[in-house]
Design a protein around this ligand. Structure first.
Ligand SMILES: Nc1ncnc2c1ncn2[C@@H]1O[C@H](COP(=O)(O)OP(=O)(O)OP(=O)(O)O)[C@@H](O)[C@H]1O
Ligand SMILES: [Mg+2]
Length: 143
């Protein structure tokens, strides 16, 4: 388990960038993000992507899936608007799982059965004040 306490979006981005650096030796990885609305999941993904030279991260709340190409491919998903495994099938989820890429999935709590056992799990929660956040990273080797 790794824990960060952050007090700005930039600090949350930096935590994401650190995780990317720790995972960069792997050909692929699944990063499951958990946490309430507006807590900072997309900020974390933005930092993660920056490590690979990607600077156009947008929330996939409406598109469901965004794909970015940098020095590695990052597939950024958001399950917020999906209900069940049938919805996953209709967005081509299984094909994404088979890709040699990093998959980052916001709102992973929506469809728990969709998350691989060996996912890295990132949970963001609010702490003191408007800008305080706690980020806990669990998972294979707790990067
Ligand atoms: N420490 C912090 N870390 C991250 N974001 C912060 C922090 N403090 C304040 N914020 C603000 O919280 C918001 C986080 O937005 P972001 O889109 O990253 O959240 P999200 O968890 O992806 O939301 P959603 O559930 O809608 O996808 C931004 O408005 C950001 O400025
Ligand atoms: Mg988001």
């Amino acid at each position: 388990m790794t824990e960060y306490l952050t007090f700005s979006p930039e600090q949350t981005e930096a935590a994401g960038e650190q995780l990317a650096g720790a995972l960069a030796g792997r050909p692929s990885a699944f990063v499951a993000l958990y946490g309430e609305m507006g807590v900072g999941k997309t900020a974390f993904v933005r930092g993660f992507c920056r490590f690979f030279g990607i600077d156009r991260v947008k929330s996939p709340t409406y598109t469901v899936v965004n794909e970015y190409r940098g020095s590695k491919t990052v597939i950024h998903m958001d399950l917020y608007r999906l209900r069940d495994e049938d919805d996953l099938i209709s967005v081509g989820y299984d094909d994404y799982l088979g890709r040699q890429a990093y998959l980052l999935c916001e709102w992973s709590e929506r469809i728990p059965s969709a998350i691989p056992e060996d996912a890295v799990r990132v949970t963001v929660s609010r702490t003191d004040g408007e800008n305080g956040r706690r980020i806990v990273i669990d998972g294979p080797n707790d990067k």
